[in-house]
Ligand binder design. Structure first.
Ligand SMILES: NC(=O)c1ccc[n+]([C@@H]2O[C@H](COP(=O)([O-])OP(=O)(O)OC[C@H]3O[C@@H](n4cnc5c(N)ncnc54)[C@H](OP(=O)(O)O)[C@@H]3O)[C@@H](O)[C@H]2O)c1
Length: 287
């Protein structure tokens, strides 16, 4: 093997994995930087101040030098949503070869300010990241950009991290993000309503949550294995109007509207699995 082989290999890796600077050493920034580093992407972290730099160093991540910032092909903004515009503005003088990409599901590309000849994008992991050490592979990332080159690069980055990729058209971003919120924070809110229901049976909140979380996980596993309709269990899909009537009578008043609304949705999901007379009885109860 020639003495130049390692150099050529490094050059090839550099060409396929362009330099990325993650801006913000928080939960998501740390997790993405660690995941990219593990896949041998040349990644650096840019922080506002000493505290962020210390955090990045403690994670084994390298701080971006001014030269790293100038050479970056992607500036991946992992800062609070409300700061995206201001942080993008501070990076506006960097070469236009660096794409500016935010990670906020709710924000349009316009939140990055005017393109000024630079590619803009969004890279939003559908994953609740509460620590930089959280694992990202197996989740999905929503990618949005008007640049074909940047799309290819972000898809490459996503595949290397182990994300599945979905494309989000900018005009439908709010609907997309609402669905994402329903699958995360609103599932937690639903669990809160379920804990309140068990409270009506004198079961303390801690014990209720301990009992309900594995139940919820088993329901999600069913949906994962057999799809939403195939994974559906409970009195609605059994067509048991008597049980549903008892639930409505026993639940705390503030939980009844949640139960009623979701039961109507479950009724749609059950589809042709219900006998017409069972469906009619349930429809009357849930009206
Ligand atoms: N965490 C999640 O589950 C998750 C999932 C999907 C998308 N996101 C998106 O990821 C982005 C970051 O969220 P996060 O949860 O990682 O937040 P975070 O843990 O609070 O980290 C944000 C980082 O941004 C920097 N920062 C904080 N205040 C700032 C300010 N005023 N100006 C500039 N920089 C500031 C800090 O890093 P330095 O000290 O290093 O500068 C901080 O560690 C948000 O857009 C969020 O919507 C988060």
């Amino acid at each position: 093997m020639s003495a130049r082989a390692p150099q050529r290999r490094r050059a090839r890796a550099g060409a396929t994995r362009p330099p990325v600077v993650v801006v913000g050493a928080g939960r998501l920034g740390g997790a993405l930087a660690l995941a990219l580093k593990a896949r041998r992407w040349p990644v650096r972290v840019h922080s506002r101040g000493e505290e962020g730099r210390r955090k990045a160093k403690a994670l084994g991540l390298r701080a971006a030098t001014p030269e790293d910032l100038r050479r970056a092909r992607v500036l991946l903004l992992c800062v609070p949503d409300a700061e995206v515009r201001a942080v993008a503005e501070t990076l506006a003088t960097l070469p236009r070869s660096a794409a500016l990409v935010h990670t906020a599901g709710a924000l349009p590309l316009d939140a990055l300010g005017p393109p000024r000849g630079r590619a803009l994008g969004s890279f939003h992991p559908l994953c609740a990241v509460s620590s930089p050490h959280d694992a990202l592979p197996g989740h999905t990332v929503a990618v949005s950009t008007r640049s074909r080159t940047l799309r290819g690069l972000l898809q490459h980055m996503a595949r290397d991290i182990g994300f599945d990729v979905i494309d989000v058209p900018e005009r439908h971003r709010a609907a997309y993000h609402a669905g994402a919120v329903m699958s995360a924070g609103l599932v937690v809110a639903l669990m809160d309503a379920a804990v309140a229901a068990l409270g009506a049976a004198d079961i303390p909140p801690d014990a209720a949550l301990r009992a309900l979380l594995p139940l919820a996980r088993s329901a999600l596993r069913g949906a994962e294995a057999r799809g939403l309709s195939g994974g559906l269990t409970g009195p609605i899909v059994r067509g048991d109007a008597g049980v549903v009537a008892a639930h409505l009578a026993a639940l705390p008043a503030e939980v009844v509207p949640v139960y009623r609304l979701l039961s109507r949705r479950a009724l749609e999901l059950a589809g042709s699995r219900l006998r017409p007379e069972s469906r009619a009885a349930l429809e009357t109860l849930l009206r």
